[in-house]
Design a protein around this ligand. Structure first.
Ligand code: SME
Length: 154
């Protein structure tokens, strides 16, 4: 099964599981678990929530422990929050601002999550131990999933 097809399958599974759910923690926990289980190259999947101006706090995740707090001015997650745009990093060792929670992480993607009013509410962070694990397909499919989550954040 190709990657896009796998994303389609996971998205449809997630849609079924979270239908009618308005509790954002329940939704984030379900999304993290489903994505983590679906792709072997995903070694950390989780959310950082905007809990105060300029502050991201870790939310539901799967994988080893993540840092608890990331200010907007730090890390790939912070850059995603600041720029309100997806970050794809093929080689984290090439980035001075990357926050290494696990020394085995080689690449990552971070996608912004907005509510229905366009407010940034969280970022979805996925890390891989493989170099260049993420491409345009991951970006497209995860951004589509993020758009579907807007309702649960409203
Ligand atoms: N990849 C993130 C931080 C790692 S996590 O805490 C799992 C960053 O540089 O923003």
């Amino acid at each position: 099964m190709d990657k896009r097809e796998r994303y389609r399958e996971v998205a449809s599974h997630i849609r079924g599981l979270i239908a009618g759910e308005t509790d954002t923690i329940a939704v984030m926990a379900t999304v993290a678990a489903e994505l983590f289980a679906a792709f072997e190259m995903f070694d950390w999947v989780g959310f950082y929530r905007v809990t105060a101006p300029g502050i991201l706090k870790v939310g539901p995740y799967q994988g080893g422990h993540g840092c608890l707090t990331i200010p907007f001015e730090r890390g790939v997650c912070g850059k995603c929050a600041r720029e309100r745009a997806t970050q794809v990093v093929p080689d984290v060792s090439a980035l001075s601002y990357h926050i290494a929670c696990s020394s085995s992480t080689r690449s990552e993607i971070v996608v912004p999550i907005f509510d229905a009013r366009g407010e940034l509410r969280a970022v979805l962070d996925i890390d891989s131990d493989q170099r260049a694990a993420f491409d345009g397909v991951d970006r497209d499919c995860l951004e589509a999933l993020a758009r579907e989550l807007a309702a649960a954040f409203t």
